[in-house]
Structure formats: structure tokens, C-alpha cells
Design a protein around this ligand. Structure first.
Ligand code: PRP
Length: 183
């Protein structure tokens, strides 16, 4: 769906599908250049990263492989503890592999901070992070993100994989929700 299909649900559009696509191609070119001569293993973090993974992998001009993890904040359902539970682990051994974690958003940074530590302990050649969106004002955890699509304000955003109550992941554009949707 496009923003025009659900205009009444959105407060404003932050990035159109075209802007997301354009920026993703720039990031893909940077990744191609940085990994020249090496084959990167893209690790997508379910569920939000599905759209980024599909588009980033196809924008690359080099070979890559893909795997997935699903994680959840431990216990309370919030991420404040920083303790992350693995719901689905990788299917592949990452020993000596160049791993690039693919995310839709880095908010507090707690999920990525945990994931990087966890993957580093498995003996990969390298572990880096690519995220389509990052909220610098919300970040509390020190995590080194190598590739960022867009830095965005600390607002609740939906679209391009980002959900509210499970919805809006299939919105091509990225925007903020109108108050009536969540109040
Ligand atoms: C989102 C996102 C990251 C995490 C970032 O996932 O995909 O994994 O939150 O938040 P943090 O930086 O504060 O740790 P979410 O738990 O919403 O699950 P989803 O991908 O299924 O939407």
C-alpha cells in the first residue's frame, strides 16, 4: 500500500518509497565497494527487516548469502532490560564469515548491542550493521552502526517494515501515525 491509500491514518510522510529506494541504492553501492572481493552474509532481524533485506540484497551487484534471526526482549515485552531472547537462531555457521546485520530501525540500540556481542562470540571474520532508519536521540546503548539509511527524529514511525500493532509494515512510504490511530 501507498501513503495515499491510508492518508487518514498518517500525520505526515517522512520519506516516500522513491526516497527510500534512492537512499538504499546509495548504501548498497557503498557496501559493494567496502566488501569488494569478499562475499557478505546478510543477517536479517525478523520481522521488520524483511523489506530492507529484500531490497538491499537485490540492489547489491555482488554475490551475497542470507540468513535470519528472530529476537525478543526478555520477559516484560519492553526493551529496557537490554536482555534479548533468541526466538530463531541462524541456520548457518558464521565462523570466518563477513557478517552484515540488516535492520529496519535502531531505536535504543539495545537489540543490536546484544546481537553484535552474540555474533562476535561465534568467530566470524567481521560483524557490521546496516539499518535503514536510526533514531540518534533515542539511542542509549553504544553500538557502532556502519551503514545508515536515514537518521530520523524520535517519533513513532511506520512503513517499510516498521509496524504499529502488527500493521503498516506493507506501507511503501514511511510516515508518522495520526493520533486517532493509537489513542
Ligand atoms: C525493532 C527493530 C529492532 C529493534 C530496535 O524490532 O526491528 O530489532 O526494534 O529497537 P532497539 O534499538 O530499541 O533495541 P521489534 O522488536 O519492534 O520487532 P519487529 O522487527 O518484529 O517489528
Amino acid at each position: 500500500m501507498d501513503a495515499t491509500d491510508i492518508a487518514q491514518d498518517l500525520e505526515h510522510v517522512l520519506y516516500t518509497a522513491e526516497q527510500v529506494d534512492g537512499r538504499l541504492k546509495e548504501v548498497a553501492a557503498q557496501i559493494d565497494a567496502d566488501y569488494a572481493g569478499r562475499e557478505v552474509l546478510l543477517v536479517g532481524v525478523l520481522n521488520g527487516a524483511v523489506m530492507v533485506m529484500a531490497d538491499l540484497s537485490r540492489a547489491l551487484k555482488s554475490h551475497c548469502t542470507m540468513d535470519w534471526m528472530a529476537v525478543s526482549s526478555y520477559g516484560s515485552g519492553t526493551k529496557s532490560s537490554g536482555v534479548v531472547r533468541i526466538l530463531k537462531d541462524l541456520s548457518t555457521d558464521i565462523l570466518d564469515k563477513d557478517v552484515l546485520i540488516v535492520e529496519d530501525i535502531v531505536d535504543t540500540g539495545l537489540t543490536l548491542s546484544y546481537l553484535v556481542q552474540n555474533l562476535q562470540s561465534r568467530g566470524p571474520a567481521s560483524v557490521e550493521i546496516m539499518t535503514m532508519f536510526r533514531k540518534p536521540e533515542a539511542q542509549t546503548s553504544d553500538v557502532d552502526v556502519k551503514y545508515v539509511g536515514f537518521d530520523i527524529p524520535n517519533e513513532f514511525v511506520v512503513g517499510y517494515g516498521l509496524d504499529y500493532a502488527g500493521r503498516y509494515r506493507n506501507l511503501r512510504d514511511v510516515g508518522t501515525l495520526a493520533a486517532h490511530v493509537y489513542s
